[in-house]
Design a protein around this ligand. Structure first.
Ligand code: COA
Length: 260
């Protein structure tokens, strides 16, 4: 499928989705959010894609936030709807995908940009990245899951400080906080991220999907993560991947997973 605001490219098991609005620092307008939903859905449903990388075009920004020009005159109910629709269509959708999603944060990740990076399963940043939730400086709060995911990743006190000051942290502090897993030079970011994705896609995609569901269950209201783990663990025993994985180990060869 072709898109106006993003680029989706497949190569060797990995789909890379790039937000392509560099003149607006890749700010997320509603059309881009819809296209991102379609691109993530298409990649997740493709039997070839085993990992997804999301990044921003240009050297300056991953995503500088939701597009402020689109919601500046919204009413209370429109604001509420914006948040609910965005969470359902993109942010929760990405967090709950069964295909692993890695955010390659190549510059500013602000507001909705940091929220999308946090919805991804993990994050790698360039040393030029700047991360923050500046919403209170605009008189609003993070509305795409930021108030929930930031404390989960960095702890309540650090999240409160970042949200209340509306400040940005650099890549090395983000690494120290555990908000990103690795920091690379900007020119190495995509290659480094692809290397990690390549390690992931050698493993069983059905087992990885079960692991994502079990880890996420820890953060879902009313779900017992240990119970989810038990049922996902059990489900693996009925898969062709499990048979291949155990057989290959016993035969001292590398497993070739059928992905089912
Ligand atoms: N929404 C809409 N447009 C945005 C945007 C956003 N979140 N972030 C940047 N842009 C646009 C700017 O309006 C500008 O467009 P223009 O050239 O048509 O005027 C263009 O992107 C470049 O941004 P600019 O501000 O000139 O770049 P800068 O290097 O001086 O500053 C930032 C970079 C990221 C510090 C600054 O753009 C910024 O603060 N953006 C808003 C961040 C934010 O509050 N995000 C949360 C939204 S809820």
């Amino acid at each position: 499928m072709s898109y106006e605001n993003i680029l989706s490219k497949y190569d060797k098991g990995i789909t890379t989705i790039t937000i392509e609005r560099p003149s607006k620092l890749n700010a997320l307008n509603s059309a881009t959010i819809r296209e991102l939903h379609e691109a993530f859905k298409e990649a997740d449903e493709s039997k070839h894609t085993k990992a997804i990388i999301v990044t921003g075009s240009g050297e300056k920004a991953f995503i500088a936030g939701a597009d402020i020009s689109e919601f500046a005159d919204f009413s209370v109910s429109e604001g509420r709807q914006l948040s609910a629709d965005g969470q359902a269509m993109l942010f929760d959708y990405v967090a709950n995908l069964s295909t692993p999603v890695i955010a390659a944060v190549n510059g500013f990740a602000l507001g909705g940009g940091l929220e999308l990076a946090m919805a991804a399963h993990f994050r790698i940043a360039s040393d030029t990245a700047k991360l923050g939730l500046p919403e209170v400086s605009l008189g609003v709060i993070p509305g795409y899951g930021g108030t929930q995911r930031l404390p989960q990743l960095v702890g309540k006190g650090r999240a409160m400080e970042m949200i209340m000051t509306a400040g940005m942290i650099d890549a090395n502090l983000a690494l120290q906080y555990g908000l990103v897993n690795h920091v690379t030079a900007q020119e190495d970011l995509i290659e480094f991220t692809e290397k990690i994705a390549t390690k992931i896609i050698r493993n069983s995609s059905v087992a990885i999907a079960g692991a994502i569901a079990a880890v996420n269950a820890n953060f879902e209201d009313g779900e017992n993560g240990f119970d989810t783990e038990i049922s996902e663990f059990g489900r693996c025993f009925g898969t062709a991947d499990f048979k291949e994985g155990t057989q290959a180990f016993l035969e001292k060869r590398r497993a070739v997973f059928p992905g089912k």
